[in-house]
Design a protein around this ligand. Structure first.
Ligand SMILES: Cc1cc2nc3c(=O)[nH]c(=O)nc-3n(C[C@H](O)[C@H](O)[C@H](O)COP(=O)(O)O)c2cc1C
Length: 188
């Protein structure tokens, strides 16, 4: 099967997540084409068997070029089995209201664009304190504190659960395989 993965990323973690998804797909004998959602020319391809979009939350929103991408491609996306990987910090919180906030970002995107992914996976992102400028470090420390994430700004933290991500990818591959089987059975 052929999969298309489009990602948005500001600090690099969502790109790393998208690349990990591509290698999980390829390790299982399928083809993965990966592109930045910012790169319009990169994603002209024949109908894939599955599409995965991956984007991070920065100050309460996905990058605008990513939401533009979903608005633009929604009709196409809704004809193919698709999945969304939403990358946040709030999903690691032990406060249910904050995890709900993380889930709400994806819900809002779907209701505003009309996109209907079959699966939504919430992945925790990263805190790269040593790479942030003074203001960003201060802001992220406050956000991390609210979500009970690490606040020692002398270190960087990767909070992504890679085995949960792999399990999500394997389930999605199976879902696409069964959709493609039922589609070929219904062909005259
Ligand atoms: C400037 C900035 C603002 C952020 N704002 C939020 C936020 O409002 N809520 C949240 O859950 N995570 C927030 N995060 C955490 C990011 O989602 C996380 O760092 C993620 O790994 C970023 O993905 P990227 O590296 O692909 O850009 C923020 C991160 C940065 C750097």
């Amino acid at each position: 099967m052929k999969f298309f993965i489009a990602y948005a990323s500001v600090e690099g973690q969502s790109r790393k997540i998208a690349e990990t998804l591509a290698s999980t797909i390829e390790t299982r004998g399928h083809q993965a084409v990966i592109a930045s959602a910012a790169d319009r020319s990169e994603y002209t391809l024949e109908r894939p068997d599955g599409v995965i979009l991956c984007a991070p939350i920065h100050v309460g929103r996905y990058p605008s070029y990513f939401t533009d991408f979903v608005h633009r491609e929604v009709d196409w996306l809704n004809t193919i089995p698709s999945a969304f990987v939403s990358v946040t910090l709030s999903i690691v919180s032990d406060d249910p209201a904050e995890r709900e906030e993380a889930e709400g970002f994806a819900q809002t995107l779907m209701s505003e664009t009309g996109w209907e992914p079959k699966v939504v996976h919430h992945a925790a992102g990263a805190l790269r304190y040593t790479e942030y400028d003074f203001f960003k470090r201060w802001m992220l420390k406050r956000i991390a504190d609210r979500h009970k994430a690490p606040t020692d700004t002398r270190n960087d933290y990767e909070l992504t659960d890679w085995s949960a991500l792999e399990a999500f990818a394997v389930n999605f591959i199976e879902l696409c395989a069964s959709e493609s089987r039922s589609e070929s059975l219904s062909q005259p």
